[in-house]
Design a protein around this ligand. Structure first.
Ligand SMILES: [Zn+2]
Ligand SMILES: [Zn+2]
Length: 342
């Protein structure tokens, strides 16, 4: 089968002919119908410090996927051949304290699809039964693979209990754009999106943002203050991981407000905890992965009942062979979600 393989340490990846993987007793094999590129894939492709520490090449890339089950292992009971599935990418151990207390997504012995295991940028992929999510056949494959990052956005926005609140979304990459749509769907009153890239600000507009700010040209804190009658926002979704943006977001919150952090800073971030967190009574919430499987139920519902339109976020679609084109777009930022179709 063909697969996008991270062959060795260093920039890039290769389209290779590889053997179809074996299906273990507790695994299912899918014929891949659609995949999408995640920020994580770009970290691996460009071989940044995070990738150097976490990836052991050679390995098939990718984790956002939808496909048809073509084979099941002997012990698999919840999925049948012919089912249309997506993959939760956090593979829990099922044994640890977190797994036993309903927090599988932050399992103490977590494996991530396409990070610690072979991924899905291929004709076929093997998934553990425990992470195979059965899709409603009414959901198109091109949307089904995007449920995974949509789950990140849902988890982030749910942390803010945003109904009736004013919300600032910092960073409008695919996760920030999805979060904009989710905040709209969950009833936020005013949604402000801070993003330096014009292309992405336009998509944020289409996803339901009320106000788009270029933080390089305008003073974000002033704009937020003006837009909220001098109060500040109730909730910030930090999707950028940029230290400066993170601090701007933090200072835009009204006292007693909350900030959920999904964007991953690549370095240590300096915060004025006394002035910006403690004296303001701010709650900071770290978000990783998606609550399993609550966010999948919500993602599927939002898509199926058309409460969230993914169309503006999905900006490009390429055949798998042209994965490098997608990675180039990820580099320059003039994109939302990019689909790769085998
Ligand atoms: Zn992802
Ligand atoms: Zn565990």
């Amino acid at each position: 089968m063909k697969a996008v393989v991270k062959k060795e340490a260093g920039y890039g990846a290769e389209l290779s002919e590889v053997a179809i993987p074996e299906t273990g007793q507790d695994e299912v094999m899918i014929k891949v119908k659609s995949t999408s590129i995640c920020g994580t894939d770009f970290h691996i492709y460009s071989w940044d410090d995070w990738a150097k520490e976490n990836i052991v090449p050679p390995q098939i890339m990718g984790h956002e996927v939808a496909g048809e089950v073509v084979k099941i292992g002997a012990r698999v009971t919840s999925v049948q051949v012919g089912d249309f599935v997506s993959a939760e990418t956090h593979i829990p151990c099922g044994q640890c304290y977190q797994c036993q207390t309903g927090k599988q997504h932050i399992c103490n012995d977590l494996k991530i699809l396409g990070v610690h295991t072979d991924g899905v940028f291929a004709d076929y992929a093997v998934l553990k039964e425990v992470v195979a999510w059965k899709n409603d056949p009414a959901i198109p494959a091109t949307y089904a693979s995007v449920q995974e990052p949509l789950g990140n956005a849902i988890d982030t926005i749910l942390a803010g209990d945003v109904a009736g609140k004013n919300v600032l979304i910092v960073g409008a990459g695919p996760a920030g754009l999805l979060a904009t749509g989710v905040a709209r769907a969950f009833g936020a009153t005013k949604i402000i999106v801070s993003e330096p890239n014009q292309y992405r600000r336009n998509i944020a507009d289409a996803m339901g943002a009320d106000l788009m700010v270029n933080p390089l040209a305008e003073n974000l804190e002033e704009v937020v203050s003006d837009a909220t009658g001098g109060v500040g926002v109730d909730f910030v979704a930090e999707m950028s991981g940029h230290p400066l943006a993170l601090n701007q977001g933090l200072r835009s919150i009204t006292a007693g407000g909350q900030m959920a952090l999904l964007g991953l800073p690549t370095e240590k971030v300096l915060l004025d905890l006394s002035a910006d967190v403690i004296f303001k009574g701010i709650k900071l919430i770290g978000i990783t992965g998606r609550e399993m499987f609550k966010t999948w139920h919500l993602a599927a519902r939002l898509i199926k009942e058309k409460r969230l339109d993914l169309e503006p976020v999905i900006t490009h679609q390429f055949p798998l062979e042209q994965f490098a084109k997608g990675m180039e777009l990820m580099q320059n930022g003039n994109c939302g979600k990019i689909l790769l179709i085998p």
